[in-house]
Design a protein around this ligand. Structure first.
Ligand code: ADE
Length: 243
């Protein structure tokens, strides 16, 4: 899958050379191309922003250099389709469902702003707008990195173990159960006996119950939306009946 980024700070995306995403780039599973609108300016100062019409403080990113950067990417892709996503606190809240949908695409183009607002006409160049959450970053880059990581880890071959992409928190709308490794006792806290019992059915039941407990305690909103089996409902009854 191809990830394209339009950003004033393309060097931030060198971070994707690290770890599993670096390996995925080396293997050709993903391909990352960051371009800067500054390259598509025509003046000596390589200006990408200007003062707002109507007055007021701050500067506004101009549509021209962004449009040219997007045209350049379209050409480099040889006319193959992409989906353009603007990172902004005004967008729809990014979720695992977005990551799943994006991971089905051949190409995703992420458009990042910095410091200031976009000229409204930049919004007209994209297919959708996404926010990382209800807080304001200095720019869309950290959000774009998060979107790329959440999407790329769902692609076949990016995680070593195919199972892990589906097992974890949010994959089925529940939070993950607690995990333990050695030592058996750490600073007075012991690993739950059931996990050392070798009884696979009992372990699976314990994990499901703890996953439900954690979701009930921390994210009851997720539990509302989750598809629960009859056994899940029984486990929840047990949890609620506990002192
Ligand atoms: N740019 C600035 N803040 C952002 C946020 N919360 N999500 C996505 N992009 C942003």
């Amino acid at each position: 899958m191809r990830f394209e980024i339009v950003t004033l700070f393309p060097e931030l995306f060198d971070a994707l050379r690290t770890g599993l995403l670096g390996k995925a780039q080396d293997a050709g599973t993903i391909d990352v191309e960051a371009v800067t609108p500054r390259e598509f300016t025509t003046d000596r100062h390589r200006t990408v922003d200007d003062s707002p019409y109507g007055g007021g403080s701050g500067m506004v990113l101009m549509p021209g250099p962004f449009a040219e950067a997007l045209d350049h990417l379209d050409e480099a892709r040889g006319g193959n389709p992409t989906r353009r996503v603007l990172l902004t606190p005004q967008g729809a809240r990014f979720s695992q469902a977005h990551a799943r949908r994006f991971s089905e695409l051949e190409s995703l183009t992420l458009v990042c702003g910095r410091y200031e607002g976009f000229d409204e006409r930049i919004r007209g160049l994209v297919d959708e707008e996404v926010s990382l959450g209800d807080f304001v970053l200095l720019g869309g880059e950290a959000a774009a990195l998060a979107v790329i990581e959440a999407t790329a880890r769902l692609l076949p071959g990016v995680l070593g173990n195919e199972q892990s992409a589906t097992d974890e928190s949010h994959a089925e709308g529940l939070l993950e159960y607690p995990q333990y490794t050695r030592p058996e006792e750490f600073r007075g806290e012991k690993v739950p006996d059931v996990l050392r019992s070798g009884n696979h059915a009992a372990i699976a039941r314990w994990r499901r119950k703890e996953s439900l407990r954690r979701t009930l305690e921390r994210r009851p909103d997720l539990l509302e939306a989750a598809e629960l089996s009859k056994e899940d409902r029984e486990l929840l009854e047990e949890i609620r009946a506990e002192p």
